[in-house]
Design a protein around this ligand. Structure first.
Ligand code: ASP
Length: 307
């Protein structure tokens, strides 16, 4: 069996915001916890799930405990993960009340014949398997009535326009990870509470295999963050993995995809990109991307800008 040096990358979202010291420490600790799995000879998929669980539980990112709320005041979360050895994948969309949506995605992968479950039924599956509940957090004021209406759509458009003028059009602090284990298998995962301004029921790129994540030992592993609507329209994660499979370096594969994302649809995104030989890149079109990596030597590197 090939013995590779494992490597693990994690992100805490792409956007404008600087990484706080608490977030940087949390990313480093999550990398250490996840790397421990790889170091003991564990699979890349377990390392990805462990890393994302640590970030979801922290409340410091827009995932799990720290998830944003949609315009009706409800936090609906998306997550997915994928194994590059056999292309198995699991995902959940619009789940509520679950502390670890990434674990719910893993349940879909392990215990069903499906790839993606959504809404109340995905939430019920997670509860059936006894996943931890998300503790109630102090609620943001409910902005509109829960039912879609002309008023809600007008509010949504006004908020989107404001967000685009004022700062950035997408949320920050989604989390994700990619890993390479000792056997040469790669895996990818991501978990989010969505973007800044969302109509109830909005689902982004994160639970969509091929858009928010992809992993294939013949190409590599990718975990995306950024404006999900733009990431979906270019099927970003699969596009980058196809570039890797075609011989591009991780940085070149991401840049090629981002060129059309920005030029054709004014999208914004960041990506963790990992090849099965351990080469990797962290690339973003946004001013900042909170992310880090570790291969078990020294201390994990964590920054909010990557050249
Ligand atoms: N991509 C996520 C979404 O659109 C948000 C993010 O990465 O910040 O739901």
């Amino acid at each position: 069996m090939i013995k590779l040096r494992p490597i693990l990358l994690a992100h805490g979202g792409a956007g404008l915001r600087r990484l706080s010291p608490a977030q940087a420490a949390c990313l480093a600790a999550a990398l250490e916890t996840g790397y421990d799995v790889l170091n003991r000879g564990g699979p890349a998929l377990d390392a990805v799930e462990t890393t994302i669980r640590a970030l979801e539980a922290s409340g410091l990112f827009n995932a799990g405990l720290g998830s944003r709320r949609q315009l009706d005041g409800v936090a609906r979360m998306d997550a997915s993960l994928m194994d590059g050895r056999d292309l198995r994948a699991g995902a959940v969309a619009s789940v509520e009340d679950i502390l670890h949506p990434i674990a719910a995605a893993r349940l879909v992968m392990m215990h069903t014949d499906h790839v993606l479950l959504a809404g109340v039924h995905a939430t019920r599956l997670a509860k059936h398997f006894g996943l931890d509940r998300r503790p109630k957090t102090p609620g943001r004021r409910r902005l509109t009535k829960a039912r879609p209406s002309g008023a809600m759509l007008r509010l949504h458009r006004a908020m989107v326009r404001g967000a685009m003028r004022g700062r950035e059009r997408h949320g920050r602090e989604t989390v994700g990870a990619v890993a390479l284990d000792r056997t040469g298998t790669v895996a990818a995962g991501a978990s989010t509470g969505g973007i800044d301004v969302m109509l109830p029921g909005r689902i982004g790129d994160t639970p969509l295999v091929g858009c928010g994540i992809y992993a294939d030992n013949r190409g590599g592993a990718v975990s995306m963050t950024g404006w999900g609507e733009s990431i979906i329209r270019v099927a970003a994660a699969k596009g980058i993995v196809d570039g890797l499979a075609g011989g591009d370096s991780p940085a070149a594969a991401a840049r090629a995809l981002f060129k059309s994302l920005v030029k054709r649809i004014s999208g914004t995104a960041g990506a963790l990109v990992l090849a099965p030989d351990g080469r990797f890149a962290i690339v973003h079109t946004t001013p900042r991307m909170a992310a880090g990596f570790w291969n078990g030597t020294g201390r994990p590197t964590v920054r909010d800008r990557f050249p």
